[in-house]
Design a protein. Sequence first.
Length: 449
Amino acid sequence: MAKIETPRPVRGTQDMLGGTAEAFAERFAHVVATFDRVRKLYGFQRVEVPVFESTAVFARSLGESTDVVSKEMYTFEDRGGDSITLRPEFTAGISRAYITEGWQQYAPLKVATHGPLFRYERPQKGRFRQFHQLDAEIIGAAEPGADVELLVMADQLLKELGIADGVTLTLNTLGDGPSRDAWRAALIAHFEAHKDQLSEDSVERLAKNPLRILDSKDPRDRPVADSAPGIDAYLTDEAHLFFDKVTSGLKAAGVDYQRNDRLVRGLDYYRHTAFEFVTDRLGAQGTVLGGGRYDGLIENLGGPATPAVGWAAGIERLAMLVDMPEAAKIDVAVIPMGEAAEAVAIGIVANLRRSGVVTDMGFRGNMKKRMQRANAAGAKWVVILGDDELAENVAIVRNLETGTQAKQPIEHISHLPLSLLDAMPLGRESEATGHVADLLKGFGGEPQA
């Protein structure tokens, strides 16, 4: 019979397993759990949107000329002939739902989510074709206080993850509509005058998306981009006042930032605040969290003119920066010896878990091996049950930290919360005898004769 070849994982995806030496899944889960805790502190509701949408949702929101739409989206025609796209980001789907599901009635709406996204791009450190993001949005709030709240929330998230050191908030304003239009015209004139010095990609952007030339990574573009006019000279009084309120709010909240007047968002619906939290600890993929105000997006999708601001952060990138969380430990390992003991032990395990006690029972192995696994798992307690104990309707409870142990009635163990288990009176004198006593030697202290 021919050997069946196992399909390999798709390039740009990854499998994650907790409890291993690298344990990336544990760091990943730690990032998500911290985000959920922080977003509740700020009153952000959890929201879920579909993994795939009509392609028009992303074409309208991201712009037909962007690399994401033209080169990177996973787009296909379904059996009904509709063009469907796997979501490359969250904001478009949330904005679509805001319109179609009648969420306007809840404005200003503070929502947060996390999950997988999909882009066909070159896999590299911190960048995958299936990747995961955290996302937070405030929809229906035109006030600069909404921008401040999101920025302070992001700063607190990074601090609670323990990665704020070495991460810098860079901040800019894109102004209101008149400010942006005047700045865009000045940039086009500047780039046209130096067109012969630009890279091929930037020449193409000049016709479609000229603001993106400012953040070009091509060294040929940097002299022209660095000498381009900044936006400050084109800000209206209203735009100046908005940005002043954002920066003063950050100062009041104790959040440090650096001004970067080359930080842009290329699409026309972006307004006012643009920001990125950046680090030099991930090589070229230095942005760990970024966002801005997108007051024109919902209107682009056919909804009413609606102010909105949000940010997203790559979970994989954040997980690369966090320290390995403390390994999860079990409280109690239950070790039955024999089929009759195993049947009773199943009930003990179930009841301990219902009482909130982290409990485990191995499916196989002799007592010595099970004791070794209990030690390796960091168990504080073992509950040992054999035929002799069943005859007495008791179990041996052993504290692996102190080596103390005692026999306890099975019905007591089955329904104890961990706080009462800790309070059990255990003695140095071993009540285990014969074979059990021999096997216990070396685990959590030597029982005394």
